[in-house]
Design a protein around this ligand. Structure first.
Ligand code: ADP
Length: 459
C-alpha cells in the first residue's frame, strides 16, 4: 500500500521519500545503489550502524532501504513459524531512529512525515523529545495511518530503555499501557494527525466494540482523526489485456466474463454448469467470517450453486473447508495456498464474491470484485460499508449485497439474494455494469491525502 500511495502522491508533483527495511527478499536487487553515508543509531546503551541503499523509482520518488547486519536479513518480516521475533521492539525502534536522523539530513527538510502502523508509531514521541532538547528546530508535521488497530506493537516495560526517552514519558498518558509499552497508542497520542484506511473504520474504532482498548485515546483526538479509503492499482487489476486472464471484457461487452467462468470450472475440474459461482480469496482467520460462512454453505449448497475458495490460515478453518469440499465434490473447490494468477482468474470467473468479515479496516478484494463485475456480498463494516452500495440504500446505484449482520443466517440470506439475482439476468447485468464503472483509483486516494497534508501544514 505504501509503495502505491508513494507512487501516486509523487505523481501529484510532491517529492516523496519512502523509508523501509532492506529485507532479505530485496537484498541484491540490481537497481539499488549503496549510499556512502552510514548512520549511527543508539538503542539503549548500544551503538548500531545503519547502511542505506537507494532506489530512484521516478523523478519525484526515492526509496531508502535501511540495512542492518542482523535486524532485517531474516527469513520472515515480523517473525517465523507463527511466532514474532523477540527483538521486534528493537528492530523497529532502530528503523524509526534512522528515519528521525534522515529527516534532519535530507537536503530539503520534509513538510510531512507520514507513518504507517505501530512499526513507525514511536516517531512522533522521539521527535517531541528531540525538539524539547533543542536538537531539531523546525519539526515536520506527522501523520499516523492505522491499517489495522488489532496490531499495536505492545512490548514489556523492560524494553523502554531502548527508546532512550526520558523516563517521564513512561506514564499512562504517553507510552504506558497497562504496565507495558504500546507503540501504536504512543503514536496516536503524539502524532499531529491520525488516519485510518476508511471513513467507517475511523468511526467504528471510537467504540469499545472495535477500539481494541484504544477507543478513549482515539476519541481524545477529536477532529484530528479521519479515514481515507485505499485505492486500487487498475494497471494491475483490470479485465483488459491482463496476463493472468484468457479473455478480455468490459462494461459494454461482458461476454468474456462468461468464458472466464467456463475456463475456471475447467481449471478446477468443476462441472461446466450454468449455476451461480460464489468465490472467496482470503487469509483464513476468525476476522474474515469463515466459520459462519462454512455453516451457511452447508445449507445453501443443497441448491444449484458452486463455491471456490483460495486462501490459507488457521488449521481448523482449513479443515472445515476441506470437509465441505469432500461432502460436495461436484460443487466446491478449496485451494489452500497463495496464488496471484488464480486470484485474478477467480475474480473474473465468479458471479459473486463473499466477504462476510467481522471487521474490515479497508478491504481490497471487494474493490477488485467491483472492477471485475463480480458482485460483492459483504458485511457492512469498515471499508466494505464505504465501497459497496446495496439496493436498499440506492436502487439506481447499487453495486453489491450487504449482509444484515455477522451471523451464518445473515450470510445464508446474502447467498440466497445472490441466487435470486442470478436468476434475473437483466438485474445481474445492471449490477455488473455499475460495479465495473465504480472508481476507486489510487489517483483519487492520493489527492485526498495531499489535501490532508495541506490542512495539516496550515495548523
Ligand atoms: P487483509 O489485508 O486483511 O488480508 P485485504 O482484503 O485488505 O485483507 O487484502 C488481502 C489481499 O491479499 C488481497 O489483495 C487478496 O487478493 C490477497 N490474498 C489473500 N489471500 C490470498 C491468496 N491465498 N492468494 C492470492 N492472493 C491472496
Amino acid at each position: 500500500m505504501v509503495a502505491a500511495l508513494g507512487k501516486y502522491i509523487a505523481k501529484t508533483g510532491a517529492k516523496v521519500h519512502i523509508v523501509t527495511p532492506l529485507y532479505r527478499c530485496i537484498k541484491g536487487h540490481p537497481k539499488l545503489h549503496k549510499n556512502a553515508q552510514m548512520l549511527d543509531v543508539i538503542l539503549g546503551n548500544s551503538n548500531h550502524k545503519a547502511h542505506l541503499y537507494e532506489y530512484d523509482a521516478s523523478q519525484n520518488l526515492k526509496i531508502y532501504f535501511v540495512d542492518h547486519i542482523h535486524f532485517f536479513d531474516r527469513l520472515g518480516i515480523y517473525g517465523e513459524h507463527h511466532k514474532d521475533y523477540a527483538d521486534n521492539a528493537e528492530r523497529f525502534l532502530f528503523l524509526t531512529k534512522v528515519l528521525l536522523q534522515l529527516t534532519s539530513i535530507l537536503s530539503r527538510r520534509p513538510d510531512i512525515v507520514h507513518l504507517h502502523d505501530w512499526q513507525f508509531a514511536m516517531f512522533p514521541i522521539l521527535l517531541h523529545q528531540a525538539v524539547h532538547e533543542g536538537a531539531i528546530a523546525h519539526p515536520p508535521k506527522t501523520l499516523l495511518t492505522i491499517h489495522n488497530l488489532a496490531y499495536q506493537g505492545i512490548f514489556p516495560a523492560s524494553q523502554f530503555f531502548l527508546t532512550n526517552l526520558d523516563s517521564g514519558y513512561f506514564n499512562p498518558s504517553c507510552v504506558e499501557y497497562y504496565g507495558k509499552m504500546n507503540f501504536l497508542k504512543t503514536g496516536i497520542v503524539f502524532a499531529d494527525f491520525v488516519s485510518t484506511v476508511s471513513p467507517s473504520y475511523a468511526a467504528e474504532i471510537l467504540t469499545s466494540q472495535w477500539g481494541c482498548g484504544l477507543e478513549g485515546v482515539l476519541r481524545a483526538r477529536g477532529q484530528r482523526l479521519s479515514g481515507i479509503l485505499n485505492g486500487v492499482d487498475y494497471a494491475e487489476w483490470n479485465t483488459h489485456s491482463n496476463p493472468h486472464l484468457r479473455f478480455s471484457y468490459s462494461p459494454e461487452n461482458i461476454s468474456g466474463k462468461g468464458f472466464e467462468k467456463k475456463n475456471l470450472q475447467s481449471e478446477l475440474d468443476l462441472p461446466a454448469e450454468n449455476v451461480p459461482l460464489f468465490g472467496m480469496i482470503s487469509r483464513l482467520v476468525e476476522q474474515k467470517g469463515v466459520a459462519f460462512l462454512v455453516e451457511a454453505l452447508w445449507q445453501s449448497l443443497n441448491h444449484p450453486m458452486q463455491f471456490v475458495l483460495l486462501g490459507s490460515g488457521e488449521t481448523h478453518l482449513e479443515n472445515a473447508l476441506l470437509k465441505l469440499e469432500k461432502h460436495f465434490p461436484e460443487k466446491v473447490r478449496v485451494r489452500l495456498g497463495y496464488d496471484v494468477g488464480l486470484s485474478h482468474r477467480m475474480e473474473a470467473a465468479c458471479d459473486f464474491f463473499l466477504m462476510p468479515s467481522r471487521f474490515e479496516p479497508c478491504g481490497l478484494n471487494q474493490l477488485y470484485s467491483l472492477r471485475y463485475g463480480t458482485i460483492p456480498i459483504v458485511n457492512a463494516v469498515g471499508g466494505l460499508k464505504d465501497s459497496v452500495i446495496d439496493e436498499s440504500e440506492n436502487r439506481e446505484k447499487a453495486t453489491g449485497i450487504k449482509l444484515t449482520g455477522f451471523t451464518s443466517a445473515a450470510i445464508l440470506e446474502g447467498i440466497y439474494r445472490g441466487m435470486r439475482m442470478f436468476g434475473t439476468p437483466a438485474i445481474l447485468n445492471a449490477f455488473r455494469k455499475r460495479a465495473m464503472s465504480a472508481n476507486f483509483s489510487w489517483e483519487q486516494t492520493a489527492q485526498k491525502y495531499v489535501k490532508l497534508y495541506r490542512t495539516m501544514m496550515e495548523h
